[in-house]
Write a protein that binds this ligand. Structure first.
Ligand code: ADP
Ligand code: ZN
Length: 715
C-alpha cells in the first residue's frame, strides 16, 4: 500500500501534511473512529480523501451543503479521482447513472445529503450494503447537535450508521464546536472510542484590524482601490445597506454585486456564482452569505457594521485566506452599532437568553475597544492560550507612544465622582468639555470640573475613557444604557499615588512586512489562463489551481515538468493535464523578460517547520550524504533518489555548513576564486545576481557550496 505522504504528493501535489492530518489519516486507516475539530481552511477534506484512496472500497461523505458537493467533486476529478455526488439537484436519470456506477464499483468517493442517504424507505442504504462501505465521513458534524448553531434534524438519523454498518469507521469533522456540542456529536453519532483531534483555531495568515467607523465609505473605497485585483466579501448589517453600498461601489468602478435574503433565489445564485468564478471581485452581503462558500482565494473580509458576537466574527472573517495566503480582516467599529444591536439582542419573553446575547455583544465591543492583541483576544475567547503579541494585527503592529496621563485621568475620574456615578460616557465627556448644550443640567454647569477638559477634543476624551476602562480605573455598569462608575483602583489615581500611563492619540501602524516578490505580470497571465480553462471545464477557477499555486509559479518560474513537480498543488494528474499550457506561458514570459528559472531557490519545504518535518528533512539530507560518501556523484545520487540534481546539491551544501563536506568536494578548485570574487562584489544573500555574473559554467549548487564554506569559516 502506498504511504499517505506519497498520495499527498502525487495525487494532490502537496509537500507536507498540515496540522494533525497525518495522525488523523493513520487513525482512520487503522479502522478507528475519529472526531476532528479544525478551523476553516485547515484541510479537513484530505483527512478522509486520502484514506478513501487507500481503502479498497467506497467512502461515503455526508454533507449538508449541497452547493459545496459539486465543487468538492469537481476538485477531486481534476486530480484524477473517481468521485460523484448524490443530491436533489440531480435529475432522476442522473441519480440512476450514479447508482449504476456505484454498483459497478467505479467510485472511490460518494458525497451525499443525509436525507438522500436514509430516504426512499432505506432502498439506498441497501445499495450501500451491497457494494460495501469502507469509511463514512460526516462533514459539518456539529449539525447533529441541538446545541450547535446550525442544527439539522435530518442529521439525527446518522446515529443509525453504526448499527447499519458496524464495521465501517466514522470520521466526524467540523470547524465549530464548543465542548457541549462536541460531546453531543460523539454521542449522537455513537462513535466507538473515538480519537479526538483538536487543532488550534489560530488563522495565522489572517491579519486583523479594527478602525473607527468614520467616513467609512471613503476609507473603504481607498482600501479597495489598493486591492483592485483581489476577491473579497463586505458584510453589512441590513439588506438595505448591502444594496446601497453595492450600488455606490459599482458607480465608483468596482466590480461588485449584492447578496442578501431579500433578493430572489435566482439572482442570489447568479451573484454567488459570478463571485465563485472570479467574474466579479467583491460581494456585498448580509450574513445570509457564506455558508455555501468555499472559495479559497478570498483575500479580504470587511465588516462595515459590528457583528453580533465573536463567534460570528470569527466565522465570517474565517472565509478569508483558505488557501493559506496572507489575507485581511477589517472591521469598522463605532459604538453606535452597539446601541443598534442591543435592540436586536432582546429576545421576547426570554430574559435569560437576552442576557446572554447582550453579554456576547459586550464581548464583541470589548474586542474592538481594548488594546490587546486581537488574535490573543479571539483565541482566549475560544478557550485557547496565545502569546501576548502576534505581530500581525493592528494592535501588535502599531507603535503606541505613551505619556504620563495622570492629570487627564484625575480629571476624568473626578468628573465621574462629581456626577455621582449616575451618567454615561457621552454626558461625562460633554460635561468635561464644558458643553453649552441644554442637555447638561444647570447644577452640573456650576461644578468646578465643568469645562476642566475643554482643551481636549471629544474624540480624544472618548478614547482616554476607553483606555481608563480597559486599565481598570473605571467601569461601565448596565447593559442597556451603561453608566460610568469608580473601581477599587480609582482612588489611588485620584490621590496621585499612582502614575497613569496613557496612549498618545496619533499612533502609527508600522508597515506590514512585505510579501516576497513575484512576477506580477506573469501572475496575471497565469490567472487568465486559469480562467480560460475554468470556463472550458465549467468549474470555478480556484478548483483548477489555488492562487497560492499560481503565486509559486510566478515566483519560482519552473521551466520543465520536473520543475513543476516542486510547485505545491501540482499532482501527477494536474501536471499531465495542465502542465504544458502553464509552462508555455511561463517560458514565453521568461524569454521576453530574459529570466531564468528560480526553482532552485525553492526550499525543500516551505511550511512553518515543525519537529516532524525537520526530522524528515534531516533524514533525506543524510541519505544524500551517505551516498555521496560512497563515492557517487551528484547526478548519480539524483537519478537514484529520483530527485533534482539541485536538490542533492542543496542537501550537500547543508553539510558544508556543518563541516562534514568540503567545498572542494563539490566544486572544481580552479572555479572557486571566481566565485569568491563574485561574492565579494554582490554579497552572499541572493544567489541570482551571482549566477548572472558567473554565467552558465557555474551552477547554483557550486555557488552555494562556496558560500556555505565561507560562512562556516567566518564563524
Ligand atoms: P476545510 O474543509 O478544513 O475548510 P479544505 O479541506 O477545503 O479545508 O482545505 C483548504 C485548502 O487547503 C484546500 O485548497 C486544500 O487543498 C488545501 N490543503 C489541505 N491540506 C493541505 C496540505 N497538507 N498542503 C497544502 N495544501 C493543503
Ligand atoms: Zn496581535
Amino acid at each position: 500500500m502506498p504511504s499517505p505522504l506519497k498520495i499527498l504528493k502525487e495525487q494532490f501535489g502537496y509537500e507536507a501534511f498540515r496540522h494533525k492530518q497525518e495522525e488523523i489519516i493513520q487513525t482512520v486507516l487503522g479502522g478507528k473512529d475519529a472526531f476532528v475539530l479544525m478551523p476553516t481552511g485547515g484541510g479537513k477534506s484530505l483527512c478522509y480523501q486520502i484514506p478513501a484512496l487507500l481503502f479498497g472500497g467506497l467512502t461515503v461523505v455526508v454533507s449538508p451543503l449541497i452547493a459545496l458537493m459539486k465543487d468538492q467533486v469537481d476538485a477531486l476529478r481534476l486530480n484524477g479521482i473517481a468521485a460523484a455526488y448524490l443530491n436533489s439537484s440531480l435529475s432522476f436519470p442522473e441519480q440512476d447513472e450514479i447508482i449504476s456506477r456505484l454498483k459497478r464499483g467505479e467510485l472511490k468517493l460518494l458525497y451525499i445529503a443525509p436525507e438522500k442517504l436514509f430516504g426512499s424507505g432505506g432502498a439506498f442504504l441497501n445499495v450501500l450494503k451491497e457494494v460495501g462501505v469502507s469509511l463514512f465521513a460526516i462533514d459539518e458534524a456539529h449539525c447533529v447537535s441541538e446545541w450547535g448553531h446550525d442544527f439539522r434534524p435530518e442529521y439525527l438519523e446518522l446515529s443509525r450508521l453504526k448499527i447499519e454498518f458496524p464495521s465501517a469507521p466514522i470520521i466526524a469533522l467540523t470547524a465549530t464546536a464548543d465542548h457541549i456540542t462536541q460531546k453531543d456529536v460523539l454521542q449522537k453519532l455513537a462513535l466507538k472510542e473515538p480519537s479526538v483531534f483538536v487543532s488550534s483555531f489560530n488563522r495565522a495568515n489572517i491579519h486583523y484590524s479594527v478602525v473607527p467607523k468614520r467616513e467609512s465609505y471613503e476609507r473603504l473605497s481607498e482600501y479597495l482601490s489598493l486591492r483592485k485585483e483581489e476577491s473579497g466579501i463586505i458584510y453589512t448589517l441590513s439588506r438595505q445597506s448591502s444594496e446601497t453600498l453595492a450600488e455606490k461601489l459599482k458607480e465608483d468602478g468596482f466590480s461588485v454585486r449584492p447578496y442578501h435574503a431579500g433578493l430572489d433565489k435566482e439572482t442570489r445564485n447568479k451573484h454567488q456564482e459570478m463571485f465563485q468564478k472570479d467574474e466579479i471581485n467583491i460581494i456585498v452581503a448580509t450574513i445570509a452569505f457564506g455558508m455555501g462558500i468555499n472559495k479559497s482565494n478570498v483575500r479580504f473580509v470587511v465588516h462595515m457594521d459590528l457583528p453580533k458576537n465573536l463567534e460570528s466574527y470569527y466565522q465570517e472573517t474565517g472565509r478569508a485566506g483558505r488557501d493559506g495566503l496572507k489575507s485581511d480582516a477589517l472591521l469598522f467599529y463605532g459604538s453606535g452599532d452597539v446601541m443598534k444591536l442591543k435592540r436586536f439582542a432582546e429576545v421576547d419573553d426570554n430574559p435569560e437568553q437576552t442576557r446572554i446575547m447582550l453579554r456576547k455583544l459586550g464581548q464583541m465591543a470589548d474586542f474592538c475597544e481594548i488594546r490587546l492583541c486581537r488574535r490573543k483576544h479571539l483565541l482566549n475567547y475560544f478557550g485557547e492560550d496565545a502569546s501576548d503579541s502576534c505581530g500581525s494585527c493592528d494592535v501588535c503592529l502599531t507603535k503606541y507612544e505613551t505619556f504620563d496621563g495622570t492629570v487627564i485621568a484625575q480629571k476624568a475620574l473626578s468628573a465621574v465622582a462629581r456626577l455621582e456615578e449616575k451618567f454615561g460616557l457621552s454626558y461625562t465627556v460633554d460635561f468635561l468639555r464644558g458643553s453649552k448644550s441644554e442637555k447638561i443640567r444647570p447644577a452640573h454647569k456650576a461644578l468646578k470640573t465643568y469645562g476642566a477638559g475643554a482643551d481636549i477634543s471629544r474624540e480624544e476624551w472618548l478614547r482616554h475613557f476607553k483606555d481608563l476602562i480597559s486599565m481598570g480605573y473605571l467601569k461601565q455598569i448596565g447593559d442597556q444604557y451603561p453608566i460610568l462608575a469608580m473601581t477599587d483602583k480609582s482612588a489611588q489615581a485620584l490621590r496621585g499615588e499612582e502614575k497613569v500611563m496613557m496612549v498618545k492619540s496619533e499612533s502609527v501602524e508600522n508597515a506590514d512586512t512585505k510579501e516576497e516578490s513575484y512576477e506580477e505580470e506573469l501572475f496575471n497571465r497565469l490567472k487568465n489562463l486559469r480562467a480560460e480553462l475554468a470556463r472550458k471545464e465549467n468549474v470555478p477557477a480556484y478548483i483548477i489551481f489555488s492562487d497560492a499555486t499560481l503565486l509559486e509559479l510566478a515566483k519560482y518560474l519552473p521551466l520543465s515538468l520536473d520543475d513543476m513537480r516542486r510547485i505545491s498543488g501540482f499532482g501527477e494528474v494536474k501536471i499531465a493535464r495542465y502542465g504544458e499550457p502553464f509552462l508555455g506561458i511561463i517560458s514565453e514570459y521568461c524569454r521576453e523578460q530574459k529570466l531564468e528559472s528560480r526553482i532552485s531557490e525553492k526550499t525543500f519545504i516551505r511550511r512553518p517547520r515543525r519537529f516532524d518535518q525537520k526530522e524528515r528533512i534531516n533524514e533525506t539530507k543524510s541519505e544524500s550524504l551517505r551516498m555521496f560518501r560512497e563515492g557517487k556523484t551528484v547526478s548519480e545520487i539524483a537519478r537514484k533518489r529520483d530527485l533534482a540534481a539541485q536538490t542533492i546539491e542543496n542537501h550537500l551544501a547543508f553539510f558544508i555548513a556543518t563541516g562534514e563536506v568540503k567545498a572542494t568536494d563539490l566544486v572544481a578548485e580552479e572555479k572557486i576564486p571566481r566565485i569568491r570574487e563574485a561574492i565579494g562584489k554582490h554579497g552572499n544573500i541572493a544567489l541570482k545576481p551571482l549566477k548572472d555574473e558567473l554565467g552558465d559554467n557555474y551552477s547554483y549548487g557550486e555557488i552555494r557550496a562556496v558560500i556555505e564554506e565561507m560562512r562556516r569559516k567566518e564563524k
